[in-house]
Design a protein around this ligand. Structure first.
Ligand code: BDR
Ligand code: CA
Length: 307
C-alpha cells in the first residue's frame, strides 16, 4: 500500500480525484492539504471536507495551506466559469456547512512532519498550484531526499495550454513555485495536458451515477455536469470533461497507464508565454514527463471505482 498526501484546490476534478483515491485500496490517504487556485484556500478547504463527508471518510484529516502565490499575491482570478463560484458547480448553497473540522496544523508543516516521520514512504500528489510544495522545500530542504515520489498535475510540455495558449492553469497560477520545484532533485512525475486532455469522462456516465449511486452519485453528477458544460462550450465536439486531477491519482496507482519521457524542465516566468513548461533546460534535474496515456484503460479503471 502506498501512503499518499493529496494536495488539492477543490475544484470539480479535484473532487473526482479525491473520490477515486478514497476508493483505491492501493492507497492509504494520510491527509489532504489545500491550496488556493480554483477557489480561495478557505473554499478549497471547506469543499474538501464536504466531499469527504459525502464519501463517508471524515477520518481523513484536511490541512489548510497557501492562500496566495510565493511572490505574486493571488496572481489572477478564480476560474468561476470552470468550477462555479463555490468551486463545486454552484451546488454548495444547497448544502449544509460541513461538520467535519479543519485540522489545526498548517498544510506545509503537516507535509514536512509526515515525510520526516516516514522516510522514503510518502508520495505527494499535487493537483493545484505548487505553492505548498515549494514552501515545504524552502522550509525543510531535507525532505527532498525523503519523499518517495511527487506526482504533479500541471503543465503542457508538448501541447497547447488551457489558461493561455501556452500555459496550463496550475503552473501558470504560481510559476515561481513550479520553477522552484523543477530545480529540485525530487523524484517528480508530471501529468500535464499532454495526457489529461486525452482522458475524458463521457457525459453518459452521469446518468449511471444518478441512477445507481444514490445521493452521493447525484451530488457528483450535478457538479460534473457543470464542468462538462464548460468543456462543451469551449471545445466544440468534445464528448465530456478532462480527468486532469484523477489521472495524477491514476499514475500513483499504476505507472503503466502512461509512457514516461525524462525532461529537464523550466518555466517561463514573464511575458506572453508566462507559465509555459519547456523541456531542454541545461543543468536541471530530470523530471518524468507523461508523454502518452492508455486512455481507454485508465478511464475504465477510473469509472470502475470512482463512486
Ligand atoms: C487543472 O486546473 C484546475 O482547474 C483543475 O482542477 C486542474 O488541476 C487543469 O489545468
Ligand atoms: Ca486542481
Amino acid at each position: 500500500m502506498k501512503s499518499i498526501i493529496l494536495d488539492v484546490d477543490t475544484g470539480i476534478d479535484d473532487s473526482l480525484a479525491i473520490a477515486y483515491a478514497v476508493h483505491s485500496p492501493e492507497l492509504e490517504i494520510l491527509g489532504l492539504t489545500t491550496c488556493f487556485g480554483n477557489v480561495s484556500v478557505e473554499k478549497a478547504t471547506r469543499n474538501s471536507r464536504l466531499v469527504l463527508e459525502k464519501l463517508g471518510r471524515t477520518d481523513i484529516p484536511v490541512y489548510a495551506g497557501a492562500g496566495e502565490t510565493l511572490k505574486r499575491g493571488l496572481n489572477g482570478d478564480y476560474p468561476r466559469v470552470v468550477h462555479g463560484d463555490d468551486g463545486l458547480g454552484n451546488l454548495i448553497d444547497a448544502e449544509p456547512t460541513p461538520e467535519m473540522a479543519t485540522s489545526e496544523q498548517h498544510a506545509v508543516d503537516f507535509l514536512i512532519e509526515q515525510v520526516k516521520s516516514k522516510p522514503g514512504k510518502v508520495t505527494y500528489i499535487c493537483v493545484g498550484p505548487l505553492t505548498n510544495l515549494a514552501l515545504a522545500l524552502q522550509k525543510a530542504p531535507e525532505i527532498t531526499a525523503l519523499l518517495e515520489e511527487v506526482i504533479i498535475m500541471g503543465g503542457a510540455v508538448y501541447t497547447k495550454g488551457n489558461i493561455t495558449p501556452h500555459a496550463e492553469a496550475n503552473i501558470h497560477r504560481d510559476p515561481d513555485a513550479a520553477d522552484f520545484v523543477f530545480r529540485s532533485n525530487l523524484p517528480l512525475y508530471l501529468v500535464g495536458l499532454d495526457v489529461t486532455m486525452q482522458t475524458l469522462l463521457p457525459t453518459e456516465e452521469l446518468a449511471i451515477w444518478r441512477e445507481q449511486k444514490g445521493e452521493v452519485g447525484s451530488f457528483f453528477a450535478d457538479m460534473t455536469e457543470f464542468y462538462i458544460d464548460f468543456y462543451k462550450k469551449t471545445n466544440p465536439g468534445i464528448k465530456g470533461c478532462a480527468l486532469h486531477d484523477p489521472l495524477a491519482v491514476g499514475v500513483a496507482i499504476d505507472k503503466s497507464f502512461v509512457k514516461l519521457k525524462p525532461e529537464r524542465l523550466w518555466v517561463e516566468l514573464e511575458g506572453e508565454k508566462e507559465g509555459k513548461t519547456n523541456p531542454n533546460a541545461q543543468g536541471r534535474p530530470l523530471v518524468n514527463v507523461c508523454a502518452d496515456v492508455d486512455e481507454e484503460r485508465f478511464v475504465k479503471h477510473f469509472l470502475g471505482r470512482v463512486l
